[in-house]
Design a binder for this molecule. Structure first.
Ligand code: SF4
Length: 230
């Protein structure tokens, strides 16, 4: 594990959570703000799992759950064992993923190891748009498989999109909304070029304002979502 936030009120809506960061990612999103974990994980100190469990021990019952993020957590074959340690300590689990490992997500859900899966949707799922947002050629079949699995209602889920006006205009957002129709939750956030890994790749432009994001959330994203969470 490469990072640890003891208490967060932001990373799991309605929950007090701790956030655990795992290294490495198979994407290179130009807007990534955890890029040290992606480009040079060896430069970030490794935290022993047992040390983190010891730190969290006194908070069991106060902290509702643990958010496992990265990087891309599902790249690690040992993820189920890692999660199991926190479940045994009494924590609920939220998993953040870019959706490229549907087999891992399905297995974790089948084994009842996760309480919420949050998947990033980077762009409309055509190769050009996705490649620009993810910074790499993406196996879109895998992304679509994870999306469809979550949308089927197999587990509580949310989709998240970090949007940039030049890449996510009316047409692109409408395409994404079409694809996410019927999901449980879809949240939008503005891309922040100031914390971006590769701001040059974003080209010219200004981010969406907080007001524009709130309008898009209310008028575009929320209406595609079913209200109930399993
Ligand atoms: S998928 Fe997430 S962690 Fe990976 S490069 Fe993109 S923003 Fe960064």
């Amino acid at each position: 594990m490469k990072g640890f936030i003891e208490t967060s009120f932001l990373d799991w809506k309605g929950f007090i959570s701790s956030v655990l960061f795992l290294p490495g990612c198979n994407f290179a999103c130009p807007f990534c703000h955890n890029f040290q974990l992606v480009s040079d994980p060896a430069s970030v100190a490794t935290l022993p799992v047992d040390w983190v469990l010891e730190r969290l021990g006194p908070f069991a019952g106060w902290i509702d759950g643990v958010v496992i993020t990265g990087g891309e957590p599902t790249l690690h074959p040992g993820l189920p064992l890692f999660i199991e340690k926190f479940r045994q300590a009494g924590f609920k689990i939220k998993l953040d993923t870019n959706g490229t490992n549907p087999a891992m997500v399905k297995q974790l859900v089948a084994d009842k190891m996760v309480d919420l899966v949050a998947m990033d949707i980077k762009a409309p799922t055509d190769q050009l748009s996705y490649r620009r947002a993810a910074g790499k050629v993406v196996d879109l079949e895998k992304v679509l498989e994870t999306m469809a699995f979550l949308k089927s209602g197999a587990c509580a889920h949310e989709f998240r999109s970090t949007i940039w006006p030049a890449w996510h205009g009316v047409k692109e957002l409408a395409e994404m909304a079409d694809q996410l129709q019927g999901c449980q939750a879809w949240s939008l956030q503005a891309l922040n070029p100031e914390t971006a890994w590769n701001p040059e790749a974003l080209g010219m432009g200004k981010p969406y304002t907080a007001e524009q994001i709130a309008d898009l959330q209310r008028e575009l994203a929320d209406p595609v979502c079913k209200k109930e969470m399993k």
